[in-house]
Design a protein around this ligand. Structure first.
Ligand code: G3H
Ligand code: 13P
Ligand code: ZN
Length: 332
């Protein structure tokens, strides 16, 4: 049993309170490998932004949960080396799907866990979430629950259709479970295809897809029911068109990829939304840089020569999210 405090991590409690009061959101970036983690830590240290490092089921299957946890411990030390005296770094389990998994993460030093019971019947979601909260809170580990189902299919995380969070359920759910934050569904979804072309309009000048707006009315109603309570948005990648274009130019095939417009995420950041999950955009930034390097330098076979530019491109993306979209720079 290792407590997160022993390895220099922090939980989300103070971070979320400050973010809601300050009208900004904390970036929650998924990581699966060293280059992503380096880029996240460099970006957070440079901008002095609190940051949440997220480990998903897919990441655990790919890289091993224990290894990822020690990499996060290394990330704290690396951040200090970069001149960030008191790094504000959370290690978070993304989409935990069982009590046993959440417990194992708490026991090995995670400072925050998500128990995603959103696909379960309401009462079962309440019971499972409450059980995780009761365990995690003994160690001061914070817990994210979810109400409402996101649309889309993304590797391990999938749901057939989207069901917006019902504002009339949020008070009952948060008070019965004791969760520290609540992920909601207001039209975002996982992956690089967040809307079908038929759900979008087309920009007459560029021919690009313009997605429908998020359900801000549902968010407002939830805020009214739960004043000052930390709200989380999953599926918040914007699917930058320049990265998609680069991928397609150098042999990729991502037709009609579309994400959440940044302006809508800026608006959400100013509300009770205090954690914004971004994974796909980092995947796109990495893939675009690797494709470009390999296409332009076909004789290159040193992985550092294409993973290095990929890391730089991801860092640029993370800094952009922090400074230009979420507004969390200078808050740590
Ligand atoms: O929530 C979804 C994340 O993008 C994680 O996806 O399970 O493929 O790592 P993953
Ligand atoms: P994106 O696929 O939009 O990056 O969402 C990531 C996410 O919600 C991780 O939990
Ligand atoms: Zn998610």
């Amino acid at each position: 049993m290792v407590n997160f405090k022993e390895i220099g991590l922090v939980n989300t409690r103070e971070m979320f309170k400050k973010a809601i009061d300050g009208g900004y959101a904390i970036p929650a970036f998924n990581f699966n490998n060293m280059e992503q983690l380096q880029a996240i830590v460099q970006a957070a240290a440079e901008t002095k932004s609190p940051v949440i490092l997220q480990v998903s089921k897919g990441a655990r299957n790919y890289a091993n949960q224990t290894l990822l946890r020690y990499m996060a411990e290394g990330a704290v030390e690396y951040a200090k080396e970069l001149g960030w005296e008191k790094p504000q770094i959370v290690l978070h389990l993304d989409h935990g799907d069982s009590f046993e998994l959440c417990k194992s993460c708490v026991d090995m030093g995670f400072s925050s866990v998500m128990i995603d019971g959103s696909a379960l019947p309401y009462d079962e979601n309440v019971a499972l979430t409450k059980k995780v909260v009761e365990y995690a809170h003994q160690y001061d580990v914070t817990v994210e629950g979810e109400l409402g189902v996101l649309a889309g299919v993304e590797d391990e995380v999938q749901a057939e259709e989207s069901h917006y969070t019902k504002p009339e359920e949020v008070v009952d759910f948060t008070s019965k479970t004791g969760v520290d934050s609540l992920a909601i569904s207001i039209g975002t979804s996982h992956g690089a295809y967040k809307f079908k072309p038929e759900q979008c309009t087309r920009d007459p000048k560029t021919g690009k897809l313009v997605p429908p707006p998020l359900a801000f009315d549902v968010l407002k109603e939830i805020e009214k029911q739960l004043p000052g309570f930390p709200i989380v948005l999953h599926g918040s990648s914007s699917v930058p068109q320049d990265e998609v274009d680069t991928i397609n130019k150098f042999g990729g095939a991502l037709p009609d990829a579309v994400g959440i417009p940044e302006e809508q995420l800026r608006m959400a950041s100013k509300s009770a939304v205090c954690k914004i999950n971004i994974d796909s955009d980092s995947r796109l930034a990495m893939t675009a840089a690797i494709r470009k390097t390999l296409a332009e330098k076909p004789a290159e076979f040193d992985p550092r020569k294409y993973l290095g530019p990929a890391r730089d491109n991801m860092k640029k993306l993370y800094v952009h999210k922090i400074v230009d979209v979420l507004g969390s720079d200078g808050k740590a």
